[in-house]
Write a protein that binds this ligand. Structure first.
Ligand code: FAD
Length: 464
């Protein structure tokens, strides 16, 4: 129990704002992206800067409060909010500075990728963000970071050059190549296990401002033929090209024939981030594979492309995600995907098959904490629905699909796609060697597992 006077004293140590349950803003402040997560923290600190973060960590430690750290609040497992404890909310920390000479961004953790792209694209620079723009920077980056640019630029975490971190004892550390290099290694994929990151330095890359990108829709009955074509197509794809597969019901898009809207489809998410003219032959090959229902590929500003899927993915929906890596899209896998998409009732759900390789797979497995670099595809089953009475049906759809795919999967998983109750899968996000090193660093920096609301890497206990 925290006394009122302790709370009032804590308030005086902050430059930011402290919410308690009685505050009018409290309910809005505890909301996260996934409506399935409905938790009631005791306190929410909206931090104005690193000093507030350090005060919050020390206060929580002193009063034995569980801590949730909130970047964008978009992890579907809802790690960014807790019951009864204290939420360290970084959303007001939106500072960013670009060094256009060194191609660096110095970014605070309250930024979304839309904010980041807005500033970096002003210099025609970018770093790998997700395939939407509304998620937070820190959770995405610390967990890995797959998007439209990872084959060319590496994962977001590969581009993390340094970070300022408030550790479990409430101290501030710099992690870079010269200072605490082990911590920097762990932050490149090890998630929120090591402290609260208050500043991230990113390597930027010349991108755009225009890329050649868009979705190409085919009816689901072309899926098997498309996969045959696609395996050869991506085999010799340059790093500039990413072609993901999205399986879902066709949206009511004006370019899609009316009688196909609502029907099961497969869409190729195409993005060529190099010179437009060099991407054209790749777009042409895809368009000419078969007559598509709609081909929306066009030159488009990179930041606009990043935002283009946002309208489907706003707050207020129930969500459950399940994930595997696959090395091949075998006919058995194709059948399973097709059966489950035929069965799918929610127009909001989909399955995404991310196309990996390129720069991601060229970085040695042990150079960063992030594991499974050689996997060819990351699959994420995204069940999403509007009404609570549909929860059981949607959860079953996602779980059954994951189970059916398991015999074909690599056994690894991506930490940004691990559910709250899938803690036993965390080691497989890293592989044996990286996981052992992550645990050693955790034991050194956070021996009591103070930061445990995450894809948790527990410290060693005296018994191992
Ligand atoms: C609509 C949507 C689309 C997505 N698309 C992609 C995609 O294309 N590619 C991809 O790789 N992922 C994607 N994701 C997953 C995304 O990477 C994760 O949800 C990620 O956690 C979002 O970051 P966040 O800051 O919003 O997370 P939060 O929910 O705020 O936090 C997630 C985890 O990170 C920790 N954390 C947050 N901030 C900090 C910090 N400053 N310091 C230390 N730990 C911190 C939290 O404690 C928590 O454990 C998508 C998610 C959504 C909702």
């Amino acid at each position: 129990m925290v006394s009122q006077s302790a709370i009032e004293d804590f308030r005086t140590q902050l430059r930011g704002v402290l919410f308690v349950r009685e505050d009018a803003e409290y309910n809005m402040a505890r909301e996260v992206w996934n409506r399935l997560v409905d938790r009631h923290p005791r306190l929410i600190v909206r931090c104005a800067g690193p000093a507030d973060v350090a005060s919050a960590v020390r206060f929580a430690r002193e009063h034995q409060l569980e801590v949730a750290v909130r970047g964008g609040g978009h992890h579907f497992a809802g790690h960014a909010v807790c019951d009864d404890g204290l939420v360290i909310d970084l959303s007001p920390m939106k500072g960013i500075r670009i060094d256009p000479i060194k191609h660096r961004a110095y970014a605070q953790p309250g930024l979304t990728w839309a904010d980041f792209d807005h500033e970096t694209q002003a210099w025609a620079l970018a770093c790998t963000g997700p395939i939407v723009s509304m998620t937070g920077l820190p959770g995405f980056t610390l967990g890995g970071g797959i998007g439209w640019l990872h084959r060319k630029c590496g994962l977001a975490c590969d581009n993390l050059l340094s970070a300022d971190v408030v550790t479990a004892d409430g101290n501030l550390l710099r992690a870079d190549a010269d200072n605490n290099p082990d911590l920097l290694w762990a932050l490149r994929g090890g998630g929120g296990n090591y402290g609260v990151v208050t500043l991230m330095e990113y390597q930027l890359h010349p991108i755009g401002p225009q890329v050649l990108a868009g979705l190409v829709y085919f009816p689901l009955d072309q899926f098997a033929a498309l996969v045959d074509f696609y395996r050869a197509y991506i085999a010799d794809a340059p790093d500039e090209l990413i072609a993901c597969l999205f399986l879902r019901r066709a949206p009511p898009h004006p370019a899609i024939p009316e009688d196909s809207q609502g029907q099961p489809v497969v869409a190729v998410g195409f993005c060529y981030c190099g010179a437009i003219a060099e991407g054209e032959p790749w777009a042409k090959r895809l368009r000419e594979f078969r007559e598509p229902l709609a081909c929306l590929i066009r030159p488009i500003p990179y930041a606009e492309w990043q935002r283009s899927l946002d309208p489907r993915w706003g707050n207020g929906f129930y969500n459950d995600w399940r994930s595997h890596y696959l090395n091949d899209l075998t006919p058995d896998c194709v059948d399973i995907f097709a059966q489950f998409i035929e069965r799918l009732r929610s127009p909001w759900s989909d399955v995404k098959i991310f196309h990996l390789g390129g720069a991601v797979s060229r970085i040695p497995e042990e150079a960063t904490a992030f594991g499974n670099r050689k996997a060819r595809f990351a699959v994420v089953v995204q069940a999403r629905w509007e009404h609570s009475e549909d929860t059981a049906e949607n959860l079953a759809w996602a779980c059954d699909l994951l189970k059916s795919l398991t015999p074909f999967a690599t056994g690894g998983v991506y930490s940004n796609f691990i559910g709250a109750e899938e803690g036993d899968r965390v080691p497989s996000a890293y592989g044996t060697v990286n996981y052992q090193r992550l645990r050693e660093i955790k034991t050194r920096l956070d021996p009591t597992n103070f930061f445990r609301l995450n894809a948790n890497i527990p410290p060693f206990t005296p018994n191992g």
